[in-house]
Design a protein around this ligand. Structure first.
Ligand SMILES: NC(=O)c1ccc[n+]([C@@H]2O[C@H](COP(=O)([O-])OP(=O)(O)OC[C@H]3O[C@@H](n4cnc5c(N)ncnc54)[C@H](OP(=O)(O)O)[C@@H]3O)[C@@H](O)[C@H]2O)c1
Length: 309
């Protein structure tokens, strides 16, 4: 079977589609045949930064597919079930996936919609819930055209936000985010980002984080969900009585699984009634370098995925 693997650290050019032996479902695992697998920033970082796992290795992320076999000790899944989850290597004809990180996909949503909702949608809704969005409040979303951001813009509107501002890295993304329902668009490098807001969802961090904190109105809240971290000025928090909260899906999965289940149900319902319209840009698996390159250039509009079968 085919598996996308990197053979050296560096970037998308190091990716190869290798012929490898088929995996089996080990204890606690599902053997899944994926239709789609996500192209994500953590996988891109894995390509760039030496560290475990040792090359050659596959790239982790989210998958959507059907169960082929169930490993020892796994309950609640049977072959043929449509499932999604995350696994250490997902761009392959068969994936050995931890059953504890897999969920059933209800109904028959399109593969791209389901893949986008499974993780990016969960992060977006989770950030709005953790940030305590109340109807009528204003929201600013950074990385607003990305996998998480484009769903956060839509969800903020669906949950009754008064005004939604989309912050993006390039002017060319403005029409896309306006089409999702953003009332205003700002670029990170712009002067003032317009009126201050009640809630910021920040998926960028780094140098953008202090700007994002400055965009908060008194008593405003910021949810930090980006992988890049960033420096906070406690004085800025003190002066405006602002609050900053982190969001980690890994911590929630370990410590608040019931909350994640509740958010998933809410997302499937929103998707089912057309209140959420994910954009998923699919590439064939053979064009993996192009797909990861799009993300690396920060040029994606919506979720990016590889079609496996
Ligand atoms: N907290 C969690 O549990 C959790 C879970 C999943 C994802 N995340 C994080 O959420 C953020 C958004 O994820 P996503 O899946 O929406 O990303 P994505 O679809 O992969 O979007 C990538 C976009 O993010 C922006 N971006 C920000 N920092 C970047 C960087 N250092 N390199 C490349 N692009 C960068 C770029 O748009 P602009 O240039 O317009 O900003 C880019 O187009 C990421 O930081 C990701 O690590 C967190």
């Amino acid at each position: 079977m085919r598996e996308l693997r990197f053979h050296a650290y560096g970037g998308p050019a190091a990716l190869r589609l290798d012929e490898v032996a088929e995996p089996a479902a080990g204890p606690g695992e599902l053997l899944v045949r994926p239709d789609l697998a996500g192209v994500t920033l953590p996988a891109l970082r894995q390509l760039r930064a030496p560290g475990a796992p040792q090359a050659p290795a596959g790239l982790g992320g989210e998958y959507l597919g059907r169960v082929v076999a169930v490993g020892e000790g796994v309950t609640g899944f049977t072959p043929g079930d449509r499932v999604g989850g995350i696994a250490p290597s997902v761009h392959a004809d068969l994936v050995a996936a931890p059953a504890a990180l897999a969920v059933a996909v209800p109904g028959e949503p399109a593969a791209g919609d389901a893949l986008a909702v499974l993780r990016s949608g969960l992060v977006a809704l989770g950030a709005l819930r953790v940030g305590g969005l109340r109807p009528g409040e204003s929201v600013l979303v950074t990385a607003a055209a990305g996998g998480v951001g484009h769903l956060a813009v839509q969800l903020a509107g669906a949950l009754g936000a008064g005004r939604v501002t989309a912050a993006v890295g390039a002017e060319g993304k403005a029409a896309f985010v306006r089409g999702l329902g953003a009332d205003e668009v700002v670029r990170y490098q712009d002067g003032p980002w317009g009126e201050q807001v009640d809630l910021v969802l920040d998926g960028v961090g780094g140098e953008v984080l202090p700007r994002a904190v400055g965009a908060l109105a008194p008593f405003g809240r910021l949810v930090a969900l980006g992988g890049a971290g960033g420096a906070l000025d406690a004085g800025e928090l003190l002066r405006g009585m602002r609050t900053v909260t982190g969001l980690s899906m890994a911590v929630l999965a370990r410590q608040r699984p019931a909350l994640l289940a509740e958010w998933r149900q809410e997302l499937w319902a929103l998707l089912g009634r057309g209140a959420l319209r994910p954009v998923c840009v699919e590439f064939p698996i053979a064009a993996a370098a192009e797909a990861f390159g799009l993300l690396e250039r920060r040029a994606n509009l919506g979720k990016v995925a590889l079609r496996i079968s």
